[in-house]
Design a protein around this ligand. Structure first.
Ligand code: GTP
Ligand code: MG
Length: 198
């Protein structure tokens, strides 16, 4: 898709305030600091649309961006950030679950994991959850620029084998833009429903 226009639609901290469902949605989810906002910006070729932080837990709301008037990109707050209170963690869970349970005409989830590490418990829970709900998704293994080819192959074989299925796992870098065309192919597939998205 050629991006002609994208803008911030809403930042929502309360499940009662989500925008009404209508347009297809691409949801960015994953551990805190893994690069969700950075990948969203890279896909849209905008540097500062979604706020990027060096402090984990930067995105605390569900942020909606309208793309070409054709779909919504949804930046979800990250999980697994250890230095937050239990009540904040519970709020996170309520908010993300409410978003995922919200009806959407069509939806693709992009679960972002760290290309350098094994999956976390929460990553696995997210995958199980997406599969149980039959929600189409991709796993974007981000920050590949921090690895040599050999190191990436090693982590892939050692730690990411369980999700290494053709089309599902997309090695990515928001910095070098590796994987961006593959993610776009998945998004376009969802939008046009010409190719299966799961
Ligand atoms: N080297 C490298 N750094 C990255 C990449 N993607 C993101 N980062 C860096 O990782 C840090 C976190 O990026 P964000 O995009 O804010 O991560 P996030 O997942 O949105 O974080 P939260 O909103 O806190 O959950 C920033 O310092 C980014 O510059 C990447 O592909 N390569
Ligand atoms: Mg973020």
């Amino acid at each position: 898709m050629k991006i002609v226009q994208c803008d911030f639609l809403a930042g929502v901290g309360d499940p009662a305030s989500f925008p009404p469902p209508g347009l297809p949605e691409v949801a960015f989810m994953g551990r805190s600091n893994v690069g969700k906002s950075s990948l969203l910006n890279a896909l849209l070729d905008r540097r500062h649309l979604a706020r990027i932080g060096s402090t984990p837990g930067r995105t605390r709301q569900v942020n909606f961006f309208r793309v070409n008037g054709a779909c919504l990109f949804v930046d979800l707050p990250g999980y697994g950030f250890s230095r937050v209170s239990r009540s904040l963690r519970a709020r996170w869970k309520d908010l993300v679950e409410a978003y995922l349970n919200r009806p959407a005409s069509r939806r693709l989830a992009i679960l972002i994991v760290d290309a350098r590490h094994p999956l976390t418990e929460m990553d696995r829970e997210m995958i199980d959850w997406l599969q149980a709900r039959r929600m189409p998704f991709r796993v974007a293994a981000n920050k590949t620029d921090k690895l040599s080819r050999n190191e990436w192959q090693k982590n892939l074989n050692l730690n990411l084998q369980e999700i290494h299925r053709p089309g599902l796992l997309v090695p990515c870098s928001a910095h070098t833009r590796e994987g961006i065309p593959k993610l776009w192919a998945a998004i376009d597939g969802m939008l046009h429903e010409t190719t299966p998205t799961h």
